[in-house]
Unconditional design. Structure first.
Length: 255
């Protein structure tokens, strides 16, 4: 009968709770991602089917509005080169989401700081939310902005959009729905100011969605707390190495 050393038994006892901890973290991450994606998609569907394009409705005064726009490009309304540029962006988003699946699993297994895992989950959820728009909205909605080579830009549409088997575009050519608008400050630049003198001033001008907010919130939080997030990981790795060095040598003949 092969005997097992006390050290091996100790390692097995440690491994079980760590595996359970990693499993619970995965469940929490999945819940966070689902909450962000479902909330994002529900709000987009509501705005897409109840608002006319480029119209708004106040939520809190004039400084918080739901303002329906369609974004064929990147976050916060940035565009990128017509249909081919849009296709490239969608493929890039798809690659980022696939990479994110493996990366999330890796940082959970390696026991990164919980705050960093939470931020990474927000970024992943935001990327997934906008990817859904880009991949499928052109197929499932009957109206949407389409690119016109004549004017070399995207054309709007009239009326309300509805779900339909005859979409306005092809797979990977859907537009992202944006609606969150916070024009907190409005005014005019003074006439003497170079470049912008006399022009209208508005903060915050970009219109975005919950997915964009999740991405931005995750990135900004990582930048602000990076010392805490990554020093935690370095200290944990150092402690693990010290524990390994202090562990008694196990005789291979006992295994």
């Amino acid at each position: 009968m092969v005997s097992v050393s006390p050290e091996i038994k100790l390692l097995k006892r440690i491994h079980r709770p760590l595996s359970l901890l990693n499993y619970m973290k995965k469940i929490h991450v999945i819940i966070i991602i689902l909450l962000v994606v479902i909330s994002d998609q529900l709000l987009k569907y509501y705005v897409k089917t109840n608002f006319y394009l480029n119209t708004s409705s106040p939520v809190i005064g004039n400084w918080f509005q739901l303002y329906f726009v369609e974004n064929p490009g990147m976050a916060y309304g940035w565009k990128f080169g017509g249909n081919w540029g849009k296709l490239a962006l969608t493929i890039f988003r798809m690659g980022a989401v696939v990479f994110g699946v493996f990366y999330m699993g890796r940082i959970i297994r390696q026991r990164y700081h919980n705050g960093f895992i939470f931020c990474a989950a927000l970024i992943f959820a935001g990327a997934l939310g906008n990817l859904i728009d880009s991949c499928f909205y052109g197929l499932i909605f009957n109206k949407g902005m389409v690119f016109s080579p004549i004017i070399n830009d995207y054309m709007g549409y009239d009326g309300l959009s509805t779900l339909s088997s005859k979409g306005y575009g092809k797979f990977l050519h859907g537009n992202v729905v944006d609606m969150l608008y916070f024009p907190v400050l409005r005014g005019h630049f003074p006439a003497w100011l170079p470049i912008w003198g006399g022009e209208d001033f508005e903060f915050f001008r970009p219109i975005f969605n919950l997915a964009d907010a999740a991405i931005s919130g995750g990135v900004i939080t990582i930048l602000v707390f990076q010392r805490k997030f990554f020093n935690h990981k370095k200290e944990e790795v150092k402690d693990n190495l010290n524990n390994i060095e202090e562990m008694p040598v196990v005789d291979s003949q006992l295994l």
